[in-house]
Design a protein. Structure first.
Length: 363
């Protein structure tokens, strides 16, 4: 039975409580005390559960390494919480919810200057949809995205003397055997002003041009080294992957990125997201990933089902226990807990493609 002194002693707050308090503090920044709405509180809980699950997976991979193991455990006490809280609020105000598939994903990177891990967020294609429809100029009423297969019949019609607006003809000849993917297209449709309709056709080579250099064969399909008892056998194994879905997601991302941002709609939340994206470029995060081969990015690929956190790839139910941008100089580049396959210097647009890879093929 607890003594009177034990009952009166202040109870140490759990990680979840400390995380939520920091998020609340950031929401209230500049406006004084504030009470989070039920939606905002749910978002904060979803971010906590997502990051907690990703931390578990990252720490297991760190412990499994036999060489070049970072001595710093990937746990909550080693996360840059101040930066994380600010980043969570910036994304939550936009409405990006990690419990929704393809909204947002995250990776961990080592900040040597602080000896802490940073959580770097990247929007998925549904996150891009939400962001560009909220802040877009001339947002279309409907966005149509389709892949075109070899047996399909497709014909584009540009605006000319016989066509008052851009349109197309599209027919699926054989629903059950459409052949190989030969391209895709997206169509911005404006119901009241069809002269604004915009059709963009993307041949397969244009889709594959946007395929990340670090693309995982588990997602895109292809060959990978065969392992047995933890060692390479010298053989290759073929992985089917989710090639069609990854191609579709690539066209989707292009469709929503094509919606121009309206400067009159830009607010502090959008500016904060833009600042974060610019900081990722400056720190060359993806280049650091590419320089460290044979590792996998740690992503928040999960969902919340009946109040439980579920790994969307394995189907495993994970329960959250009670248990930031980098400021380092260039020589203190963050070290990825999950890089790719060859040295690569990405463009700004390709940075966003990282989210498509990390969020996987789910819809």
């Amino acid at each position: 039975m607890a003594t009177q002194e034990q009952q009166l002693a202040p109870q140490e707050k759990t990680v979840a409580q400390r995380f939520t308090n920091k998020v609340i503090k950031e929401f209230a920044s500049g406006v004084g005390e504030v009470t989070l709405t039920r939606f905002q509180m749910r978002l904060a809980q979803n971010y906590f559960m997502a990051i907690d699950l990703a931390l578990k997976k990252a720490e297991l991979k760190r412990q499994a390494k036999k060489q070049n193991k970072d001595p710093l455990p990937v746990v909550w006490t080693n996360i840059n919480m101040e930066q994380l809280a600010r980043d969570v609020v910036a994304h939550a105000r936009i409405g990006l919810d990690p419990a929704q598939e393809n909204h947002i994903s995250a990776s961990f990177f080592k900040n040597n200057a602080l000896n802490k891990y940073e959580v770097v967020f990247m929007p998925g294609y549904r996150g891009l949809e939400l962001k560009h429809t909220k802040y877009g100029l001339n947002v279309p009423d409907t966005v149509i995205v389709e892949l075109v297969y070899s047996s399909d019949r497709f014909k584009s019609h540009k605006k000319d003397v016989t066509h008052n607006y851009e349109t197309y003809e599209f027919e699926i000849v054989n629903d059950f055997d459409r052949g190989e993917i030969i391209g895709g297209f997206y169509y911005h449709m404006f119901s009241r002003t069809p002269e604004k309709n915009k059709l963009v056709v993307m041949p397969l080579k244009e889709i594959l041009k946007r395929k990340p250099r670090w693309a995982s064969v588990e997602f895109w399909g292809g060959e990978k080294d065969e392992y047995k008892n933890g060692k390479k056998t010298g053989k290759k194994e073929v992985v089917e992957g989710w090639y069609e879905k990854m191609c579709y997601k690539t066209v989707c991302r292009a469709a929503y990125r094509a919606i121009t941002i309206d400067s009159q709609k830009i607010d502090d939340d959008f500016l904060r997201l833009k600042q974060l994206e610019d900081s990722y470029v400056e720190q060359e995060v993806v280049e650091e990933i590419a320089q460290n081969a044979n590792k996998e990015p740690i992503s928040m690929d999960f969902g919340v089902v009946d109040g439980q956190t579920v790994d969307m790839q394995s189907g495993e139910v994970m329960n959250a226990p009670d248990s930031g941008s980098n400021e380092g100089q260039k020589e203190e580049q963050p070290q990825a807990i999950g890089p790719a396959q060859e040295e690569y210097n990405p463009t700004d647009a390709e940075l966003e493609e990282m989210a498509a890879e990390q969020s996987g093929p789910g819809f």
